[in-house]
Design a protein around this ligand. Structure first.
Ligand code: SAM
Length: 244
């Protein structure tokens, strides 16, 4: 299959119905991979033939839409606290491979990572790049959006966009099995999962989450998992169950 490149809309200029010119970082990537005029490559979800290669931009002719592969049948949004060091990088890369649809990083009371606006923007760009690279590597034809970092209250507002949201809470007694049975019976296709920071949620935060209509807290068992383990564990279980 023609190698895939993910190009932002503002780096694509439509010349006519069948011709585009792209610029930006992926042009360098295409050149480094020694692609030539006549080669077929995939830009986002369409296959093109390279018709001209300049130093800073590449002209391409449309061939056909790329086959849609690797897109999960169920949209899972991972709401996850900012984690220390490169743990969140790891979670995002693996979550994309497993099939997450969207990622919303948040800051809560016990989040250890503190970022100013400049640091947030830098982090958001890096996390989106990791998601894009993971999409290309695993052959997904869709884009996984990493949303801007939000605070706890904003995250609580966002979860109402999901039909059902599972809040992974180590003090919960509700079984995940029952929640998944409920999700399957209602054929939900837009599910959220919430994972807290290394220091966990405060009792007050847990109460706020538990009082949101479509949020159900669930236990992932008697062991305390690292946030990154909990995220990938819960995501895998849900996508396994919902991909039948
Ligand atoms: N409060 C934990 C402790 O006592 O060490 C710290 C939080 S844990 C490292 C990080 C996150 O993973 C939690 O906020 C929760 O979302 C999730 N998590 C970890 N173990 C879990 C479990 N057994 N059941 C449900 N969620 C769990």
């Amino acid at each position: 299959m023609a190698r895939r490149f993910i190009v932002e809309k503002n780096n694509i200029k439509n010349i006519d119905a069948n011709t585009i010119i792209i610029d930006g970082s992926e042009v360098k990537h295409i050149q480094v991979l020694r692609h030539n005029v006549g080669d077929e490559i995939t830009i986002n979800d369409k296959i093109y033939t390279i018709s001209k290669i300049e130093r800073d931009d590449i002209e391409l002719k449309y061939v056909k839409d790329a086959p849609i592969i690797g897109i999960p049948k169920c949209n899972v949004t991972l709401y996850i606290a900012l984690l220390k060091n490169d743990k969140l990088d790891f979670v995002i890369q693996k979550a994309v491979e497993i099939g997450v649809k969207k990622i919303v990083p948040f800051i809560s009371n016990n989040t250890i990572v503190k970022l100013d606006d400049k640091g947030k923007k830098k982090r958001e760009e890096k996390l989106q790049k990791i998601a894009d690279e993971a999409c290309k590597q695993c052959g997904r034809m869709d884009i996984v959006k990493v949303e801007n970092i939000v605070n706890f209250n904003n995250m609580c507002n966002l979860v109402s966009n999901n039909q059902c949201t599972l809040f992974a809470y180590e003090l919960a007694t509700n079984s995940l099995k029952n929640q998944i049975k409920n999700i399957k019976e209602k054929s939900y296709k837009n599910i959220g999962i919430i994972i807290g920071p290394e220091g966990g949620f405060t009792t007050k935060e847990a109460d706020v989450l538990n009082n949101i209509d479509n949020v159900n807290c669930i236990s992932l068992g008697s062991r305390i998992l690292r946030a990154e383990t909990a995220a990938l564990n819960l995501l895998s279980i849900i996508l396994y169950e919902m991909e039948e």
